[in-house]
Design a protein around this ligand. Structure first.
Ligand code: DQA
Length: 151
């Protein structure tokens, strides 16, 4: 029997609950809810089943990653500022052993020096930056391909 592996966890880290209060020049002015709606629509178009999670607590993010293999087949991660320094989150993602793509709304390669660093290097299939919400669509397409999901 073959089971469909099409569940994608879309994880947002610190400060994404207030996405609509952050600099619209950098982040586009969308609320997290609006972003998640778009991601849900794109995921369904691709034949994926999205689940969403956001927290401002690093430990809660780590604990969610511990449970991830039971909840999802792949992950799309925008961990915000944690992406640049949280080795704890990187270690937890490593343990989860799921195909993952890192996304950033803004162009982290061309902002502050410290934003160029990613703790997810070597752990993710791809890092997509500076494409705004469309970067999420690209990430979902990569994950659908990786999971062998055809819409
Ligand atoms: C971000 C980029 C990070 O550097 C920043 O700390 C964020 C948002 C992005 O989506 O562009 O919180 O992850």
């Amino acid at each position: 029997m073959t089971t469909t592996r099409n569940r994608v966890a879309v994880l947002h880290g610190v400060n994404f609950d207030i996405l609509d209060r952050r600099d619209p020049e950098v982040y586009g002015g969308l609320s997290l809810h609006e972003l998640e709606q778009r991601v849900a629509d794109w995921a369904h178009e691709l034949g994926l089943e999205p689940i969403f999670f956001q927290t401002n607590a690093e430990g809660a993010f780590v604990e969610y990653l511990h449970r991830l293999p039971d909840l999802a087949d792949a992950a799309l991660i925008n961990a915000g500022a944690w992406s640049h320094y949280s080795r704890a989150i990187a270690d937890a993602l490593d343990v989860a052993r799921l195909p993952a793509v890192e996304v950033h709304l803004s162009d982290v390669e061309n902002r502050d020096e410290w934003r160029k660093v990613s703790v997810f290097d070597g752990l993710v299939l791809a890092k997509i930056v500076g494409r705004g919400p469309d970067g999420y669509r690209e990430a979902l397409a990569l994950l659908a391909e990786e999971l062998g999901v055809a819409a």
